[in-house]
Design a protein around this ligand. Structure first.
Ligand code: SF4
Length: 72
């Protein structure tokens, strides 16, 4: 299985990624946004899933980054 993204690493920092969206301090963030409802999340209903912006690592369903785009 792919490794979980290190939220304190440079890849995550570049897009302001956090595993817990509710802790995000970012002007682009709105309450309710998280990876599981982002169009780029590949994890379905799983707790962790792939994201094309973080190749080789999994992001958390409850996570968020500044490239968030609402699904649907
Ligand atoms: Fe999560 Fe979407 Fe950012 Fe990927 S692009 S890390 S799925 S919020």
């Amino acid at each position: 299985a792919m490794a979980q993204l290190d939220e304190n690493g440079p890849q995550a920092a570049g897009l302001g990624y956090r595993h817990d969206a509710t802790t995000v301090k970012n002007a682009r963030y709105s309450a309710g946004q998280q990876c599981s409802n982002c169009v780029l999340f590949q994890g379905g209903d799983s707790e962790w899933g792939g994201c094309p912006l973080f190749t080789g690592s999994q992001v958390k369903a409850t996570g968020w980054c500044s490239a968030y785009s609402a699904a649907g």
